[in-house]
Design a protein around this ligand. Sequence first.
Ligand code: SF4
Ligand code: SF4
Length: 322
Amino acid sequence: MLSPKYKPWHLLPFAIKYARLRLTRRPVLVNFEVTMRCNAACGGCDYWKTPAAERAHELASFVDAARAFDPMMITFTGGEPTLRRDLEVIVAEVAQAVPYCYITLLTHGGMLGIERAQALWDAGLDQINISLDYLDERHDVQRGIPGLAAKILRLVPEMRERGMNVRFNSVIRDDNLDDILPIVHHAHRAGAGVNLSVYTDFKNGNKDHLIRADQYARVEALVGELLAFKRRHRGVITNSDWYLRQLPRYLRSEMREPCRSGETTIHINPRGLVRRCPDFPADKHWSEYNGYAPIACNACYYACRGEAQAPLTLSRFQDLLA
Ligand code: SF4
Ligand code: SF4
């Protein structure tokens, strides 16, 4: 475990919890989308167009859902979760209610100063994930937030100095294939980590950043570079080896197996409605969740799809222990 809150001997209660959740077909990871509002302006996502009036329908607390699911992992996400001024209270309530649960936050980092990060960390976070697709101004342009990349790169060492676990969430796109390994190296030098996913146009139909067929060979080479990095430095890249190896198959549309999102990972939106993945409409209140059947969808290769399919191999245990 990567959090100072948990020690190696806590692996046992986590393993027992994992076994119970799998046996009872309950999700291992619950994502709480605390708001769909956002103050960035990404081309591949329309959440920033959510009207401010939606604030009136955002749950004040996610603690009942957290207690009922009692998962191994919880992620606070959005939209942009730090827009919620009461986020510290929401996090603290959940952290106190659910024992043996690894709690993370996913943010674009634009409003995250060191003191806000510390307050959220003290509320009970085990990890803070910051989106980062480029190490330079291209990130600012892509998110519509001037100075964002430089701010993140200044903030992360401060957070590390204070003992916070930090990971970059990086989306592999058509124009950053040569930037992914430098991001990984930067994370490694900073004592941080990286979660990778691949761009999809499923959110709003924007095809501008889809990886093109003439780039597939470059992606295969990148996967080789990432796997070689993982062999040297386990624990920096979160994705399983299996997930990385499947990326070229996904891009070539060679995946035939149904998507099992909603089985081990679910999303609960600001109104308390549940959905199988971040890009499907919510369909029922969280208290009515009774699993999702596999679905013939090949629209994305997010971790909620790819890691749910990944077999339990030795390398996954090595990742976990690292
Ligand atoms: S991708 Fe994230 S940061 Fe960008 S608009 Fe959507 S919610 Fe906001
Ligand atoms: S492939 Fe799965 S996770 Fe991706 S959009 Fe389709 S249902 Fe959702």
